[in-house]
Design a protein around this ligand. Structure first.
Ligand code: AHR
Length: 324
């Protein structure tokens, strides 16, 4: 069974995956460039797998370029795609700024560009559409969960931010802070980037624990993705504390490893980000190439909260092996 077929039978992901059933015959034989950020997280690996799988199923020749987390590599890759005369370009932009020139070059070459999972600070006419979650909402959902969880108790929160200058880091911080507004018993006492990686999440959490009375003063960690949360869980355990109990753990992505942690009582909540950004992107591209149909400028994927009440072992079993 293919990754896509397995994903399609996972009820929790079903709505996000309906697009694969829609005929997109006109994409067969096209060449599409995909500038991916890198492989910083389990979620990123899944997005790459799903995109490659979808392209294969649709008969698209996907030119894949891994930017190793560097914007300069992405710009170089996009210029290479333009020089090759690809039919369309997918790009997951590592940071928000600095895209105007290269996007204008693609527009000049009449190559449609679709943004995946992150946004850019650039004029909207420079790209066809942006397929991403509502990242402010993701942060808000995580924050609302914490507000409900702690009630009136005093709660000091440490925050592991994503990559500096990326839209998920900016927006997930904003949404979380919005949810905490007016709840003066909950305060973010430390906030630092962990660059969306497990290793940095662990390292930064170790620093937070040292600075906060060996972790005794920390009530919760909010991580902008699950990989950093998994790193933080290890740091909490290394400090002799119980993640999920002594320090609550809330994060974003819904990757299998966070469900394994949740099943073990070591994580408390995650907000799902579907790795299937390519499905809606190819659907929009197909319609655009067929008759010039302009897609919505922002195609928003769903953001669902999962807690231990949602059968984390079952979620782990469903998702493991799906490219994460
Ligand atoms: O842009 C989406 C974010 O990028 C995911 O939440 C994170 O895991 C990834 O690195």
């Amino acid at each position: 069974m293919t990754i896509i077929s397995k994903l399609a039978i996972a009820a929790s992901l079903a709505t996000a995956l309906t697009s694969v059933s829609i005929a997109q015959d006109n994409l067969s034989g096209l060449t599409v460039g995909f500038s991916q950020i890198g492989s910083e997280s389990g979620w990123r690996a899944a997005e790459t797998s799903v995109t490659k799988q979808q392209a294969e199923e649709l008969g698209i020749d996907l030119k894949f370029a891994d930017a190793q987390q560097k914007q300069e590599n992405q710009i170089k890759a996009i210029r290479g795609f333009i020089a090759q005369g690809v039919d369309a370009i997918l790009v997951a932009p590592v940071v928000a700024t600095g895209w105007d020139d290269v996007l204008a070059e693609a527009k000049e070459a009449e190559i449609p560009v679709i943004l995946l999972d992150r946004g850019v600070d650039a004029p909207e006419d420079l790209y066809l559409t942006s397929v991403a979650s509502d990242q402010v909402k993701e942060g808000r959902v995580a924050g609302e969960w914490l507000v409900a969880e702690v009630g009136e108790e005093e709660c000091k929160v440490v925050e592991l931010q994503g990559t500096v200058g990326s839209t998920p880091a900016i927006n997930r911080k904003q949404g979380f802070e919005e949810a905490l507004a007016g709840h003066d018993n909950i305060t973010i006492v430390r906030s630092q980037t962990g660059d969306f990686t497990r290793a940095k999440g662990k390292e930064v959490m170790e620093g937070f624990i040292k600075a906060e009375n060996g972790g005794a003063d920390i009530c919760a960690v909010y991580a902008h993705n699950d990989d950093m949360a998994v790193g933080a869980i290890q740091a909490i355990k290394d400090a002799g504390l119980k993640p999920g109990t002594d320090i609550k753990v809330v994060s974003i992505d819904a990757v299998p490893d966070i469900f394994a942690a949740m099943a073990a009582g070591e994580a408390n909540a995650t907000v799902e980000l579907t790795p299937n950004m390519a499905g809606p992107a190819f659907e929009a591209l197909s319609a655009y190439l067929a008759d010039g149909t302009e897609p919505e400028k922002f195609i928003i994927t769903e953001s669902k909260l999962y807690t231990p009440a949602d059968n984390p072992q079952g979620e782990y079993d469903t998702r493991k092996g799906l490219g994460y």
